[in-house]
Design a protein around this ligand. Structure first.
Ligand SMILES: Nc1ncnc2c1ncn2[C@@H]1O[C@H](COP(=O)(O)OP(=O)(O)O)[C@@H](O)[C@H]1O
Ligand SMILES: [Mg+2]
Ligand SMILES: [Zn+2]
Length: 359
């Protein structure tokens, strides 16, 4: 057996370094290098994978059935929109997002809506906590099986005995493989456990969903470490002080990544928002200066959003400044420059040109 060497893995992108440094060479993140043992994942799982998966048999392409690769709808409309139809059997999806954004909520609702037997593995919350959440979400169903466990070996044994048709692992950072000599949450553990769960998904031909916490800095390996290991990466975002939640596909091997899913966090869980324009414009006061409604396209869905602008004279000696929220400031500067030069709209002084005088 090879001697374990100390390496420093970037908890942001997973790159290995043989010397500690304050900044990752690979992704540029600061203070993201964490001491770890050398990643045995690739060689170990390759060997294990060869034993698990029967040898491939060549066959004519035309005789293969196309039905097996078809997505199964989750019946959660906004999730199916982002997944381009649903969950593909044998696929592995990573759901990333900050703590408290609603990942466990969404997945518990998904399992309750799934028509067949499913398994929810909670590696960081107790079974009672999950049960309480399920009660609040009206998600108690006999077909949803629960396992409170953090050891990968025991999780795989439970998958064998339950034989679910969908598995959720909440979260991948809390799961550890006791055979890997590395701390839970480290790059080596997170990647090694994910490799193993990918093999379980492929050999059983069932979808597996991994939850990954997005961490601003430090200790836990972030979802980016797993991006190339999984088929699909979903990102769940939103503002803690607002009920709106956005779901996007960052990577999707089975469809487009352009669709946006919209949810609202309510007391009984996440509710899809099919008519988002109405929600965005609900508190708009028509007739207010500096406010317009702009149609935009997010994937296949048109959205009406309000854009607000405000100008104010600067006091003498202070250089004028433009700032933007929710818009790329560089793009804003370019559009304003084009309007000034080509449409001769004077936008750099507070004296504005009447629109009728623009040629
Ligand atoms: N009783 C409640 N009523 C309404 N919303 C709740 C309630 N309890 C929790 N939540 C919402 O659920 C969120 C936690 O969701 P959770 O699925 O546990 O997030 P994550 O798994 O991403 O950490 C809280 O931030 C809050 O918005
Ligand atoms: Mg959670
Ligand atoms: Zn990095």
């Amino acid at each position: 057996m090879a001697r374990m060497r100390t390496v420093y893995n970037c908890s942001d992108c997973g790159a290995a370094h043989y010397k500690w440094a304050g900044k990752c060479d690979s992704c540029g993140a600061w203070n993201s290098l964490v001491e770890d043992v050398e990643d045995p994942a690739e060689s170990v799982t390759l060997a294990a994978g060869m034993a698990l998966v029967p040898p491939g048999t060549p066959q004519p392409l035309s005789t293969l059935s196309s039905a097996t690769g078809k997505p199964t709808p989750t019946t959660i409309g906004e999730l199916d929109r982002v997944l381009d139809g649903g969950l593909v059997p044998g696929s592995v999806t990573l759901l990333g997002g900050e703590p408290g954004i609603g990942k466990s909520t969404l997945l518990l609702q998904l399992l309750a809506a799934w028509p067949k037997k499913s398994l929810y593995v909670t590696a960081e919350e107790s079974a009672q906590q999950v049960r309480l959440r399920a009660e609040r979400l009206h998600a108690l169903r006999d077909d949803v099986w629960l396992l409170s466990e953090a050891s990968l070996t025991n999780i795989v044994a439970a998958i064998d005995s339950v034989a679910p048709t969908l598995i959720v692992i909440d979260s991948i950072q809390a799961v550890a493989d006791p055979t890997l000599g590395s701390a839970p949450g480290s790059v080596v553990q997170v990647r090694g456990c994910a490799y193993r769960l990918v093999q379980e998904a492929k050999s059983r031909n069932i979808p597996v969903i991994l939850v990954g916490h997005v961490t601003k800095e430090g200790g836990l390996a972030g979802p980016r470490v797993l991006e190339h290991v999984v088929d699909t990466v979903l990102s769940f975002e939103g503002d803690r002080h607002h009920a709106l939640r956005l779901l996007r596909a960052v990577k999707h091997r089975f469809g487009s990544t352009s669709e946006l899913g919209l949810f609202e966090m309510t007391e009984t869980g996440l509710a899809g928002v099919p008519d988002a324009s109405q929600m965005f414009l609900a508190d708009r006061r028509p007739g207010t200066p500096g406010s317009i409604v702009v149609p935009t396209l997010e994937g296949q869905r048109p959205l009406l959003v309000e854009v607000q602008a405000l100008t104010n004279p600067v006091s003498s000696g202070v250089p004028p400044r433009r700032s933007a929220q929710g818009l790329d400031p560089g793009r804003l500067a370019m559009l304003l420059a084009v309007l000034e030069r080509r449409a001769r709209l004077s936008l750099s002084s507070t004296r504005c040109t009447p629109l009728s005088s623009v040629v």
